[in-house]
Design a protein around this ligand. Sequence first.
Ligand code: HEC
Length: 105
Amino acid sequence: MTRLTLLLLVAAFTACGASPIPRPTQADASRGTARFPDLTLTELSQGRTLYVSRCGSCHTLKPPADLTAERWEAEVGEMREKNGVKLSDAEAQAIIRYLAVAGSG
Ligand code: HEC
């Protein structure tokens, strides 16, 4: 990505107030049930909260659309195994589901 593209992207985000870490909507939850049949908006919202609170202390947060669902699942697994990020299975699942669904909108 060139510097100009990056600047334009930053400007676009600032201009319309969209967060690069988007808040999940009911539309996201409905779309996400194709991949995760028992998905709820509550779980997606918890996933976002956990992502922001537990994943941003060592490095910046990548927007969900930056990686595929498969890559997110692998990265969360790696953070738990190699970087000592302590998450329950339910917390890891909520984060993975949020990143997978919010990134595929
Ligand atoms: C204890 C510190 C720490 C926390 C907390 C942490 N990470 Fe990381 N993360 C790292 C380190 C160190 C690296 C770079 C080395 C590596 O890949 O292991 C990294 C790399 C990454 C990368 C690859 C970045 C790239 O540019 O390719 C992703 C994606 C990522 N982390 C996601 C997460 C997610 C999701 C969480 C929350 C579940 C998380 N991280 C929490 C330490 C952390």
